[in-house]
Design a binder for this molecule. Structure first.
Ligand code: C5P
Length: 215
């Protein structure tokens, strides 16, 4: 089998993050990690050395891939920075935009009204941070965009705002999040390509092949 990504380091974030409220409660989302794990496997299949920084998922770490398990967005950013340098960075994770400002060390009692005013602070934008690195920016930085409408227009704006090279835009108006298939549009500096709805493994293989072409 040809290995066009051999000698390349591909760094990928996947899954949700989990932001603690107290020792038993958290803020998170429904990301299953499937698409990110599939992309990690597809890049490894083309010979890349892959580092997967993953939030909590039910998926086993793929064979032959260094999988770093984290919980919070801050931990995800730190793990990504530690894993650099990389030739390619792919941000697939559904990072929680916000985290509780002051998680409690002890379980907050249900009879206390203070849970009704949860103070939140913004999490760092990992994709934007890596896209804008002055030193050591990976040569190809790819983000994901989950949109329910005007998918291409929002994704194109997001590519510019984040400073990444490509955006893989997901139409999440159906059952994509947590599902086994995906319908995407690849947005690059030169235009857009719509990819038919397909299993996440197939989308992953296509993206890995495009990455190999671009490097
Ligand atoms: O702004 P939005 O959350 O829609 O952007 C999605 C893209 O940005 C995804 O690639 C996601 O992995 C990345 N992201 C990130 N850190 C955040 C928020 C989003 O890396 N805090």
């Amino acid at each position: 089998m040809s290995e066009p990504l051999s000698g390349r380091h591909v760094l990928i974030t996947a899954g949700p993050t989990r932001e603690p409220i107290d020792p038993v409660r958290y803020i998170s989302n429904h990301s299953s990690g499937q698409q990110g794990y599939a992309i990690a496997e597809a890049c490894a299949a083309l010979g890349a050395r892959v580092t997967l920084v993953s939030g909590p998922t039910a998926l086993p770490g793929p064979a032959g891939i260094v999988t770093i398990r984290i919980e919070t967005a801050l931990q995800m950013l730190a793990a990504v920075e530690t894993a650099l340098p990389a030739d390619v960075f792919i941000a697939v994770a559904a990072v929680a935009d916000w985290r509780p400002a002051a998680p409690s060390d002890t379980k907050i009692k249900a009879d206390k009204s203070n849970l009704s005013t949860l103070q939140l602070v913004e999490n760092p934008d990992i994709l934007k941070t890596i896209s804008q690195l002055a030193n050591g920016r990976p040569g190809l930085v790819i983000g994901f965009a989950a949109e329910t409408h005007e998918v291409e227009a929002f994704a194109t704006a997001k590519r510019v705002r984040k400073g990444c090279d490509w955006i893989v835009a997901n139409d999440v108006s159906g059952d994509v999040m947590g599902g086994t298939e995906n319908a995407v549009t690849l947005v690059t500096p030169v235009g857009q390509e719509r990819w038919e709805r397909a299993p996440k493994a197939e989308i992953a293989a296509r993206l890995a092949a495009r990455i190999a072409e671009a490097l």
